[in-house]
Design a protein. Structure first.
Length: 155
């Protein structure tokens, strides 16, 4: 419930361009992680929670998503530095969201969230990462704005 609230806060507080940017970078991380993991993955990242996830896949996802983020930088109007940092943090949050969803499935004895897309963890697999990323982005923005306000107050 809290994650859904955070995602809604993110969607309502950011411009459509930023939301699209974050969604695309998150999707790029998911896609590049899967391709890199299938082609180069040898070392499991979290064998108890999600046995198919690999360190190599996550690294490939990080590299691909940051590259996509840099390419899409004009869409969100972010600086080079902010894009680099936010794209990297987006990947961390996306991975955490994906692992959290996998843990929830394991705890409930469910393999997939659905069967709409064959060979896929279900339609919610496309959004588990985005929910966590949106929530994290919103919280980070709140903290940064509060810090900026405090800095102006104390100066």
């Amino acid at each position: 419930m809290l994650l859904a609230f955070g995602l809604l806060g993110f969607i309502w507080s950011e411009t459509g361009r930023v939301v699209l940017f974050v969604f695309l970078v998150t999707g790029a991380f998911d896609g590049f992680s899967q391709v890199a993991g299938q082609n180069f993955g040898h070392h499991q990242l979290a064998p108890q929670t999600s046995p198919a996830k690999t360190i190599e896949g996550s690294a490939g996802g990080l590299f691909g998503a940051v590259a996509i983020g840099m390419w899409l930088r004009p869409l969100a109007g972010l600086s080079f530095e902010v894009t680099l940092i936010s794209s990297g943090l987006t990947c961390v949050a996306a991975l955490f969201g994906d692992l959290l969803a996998s843990k929830v499935k394991r705890l409930n004895g469910v393999k997939d969230f659905g069967t709409l897309i064959p060979g896929h963890g279900g339609i919610l697999d496309r959004f588990d990462s985005f929910v966590m990323v949106g929530c994290g982005w919103w919280l980070a923005t709140l903290v940064l704005r509060a810090c900026a306000h405090l800095s102006l107050t104390f100066d």
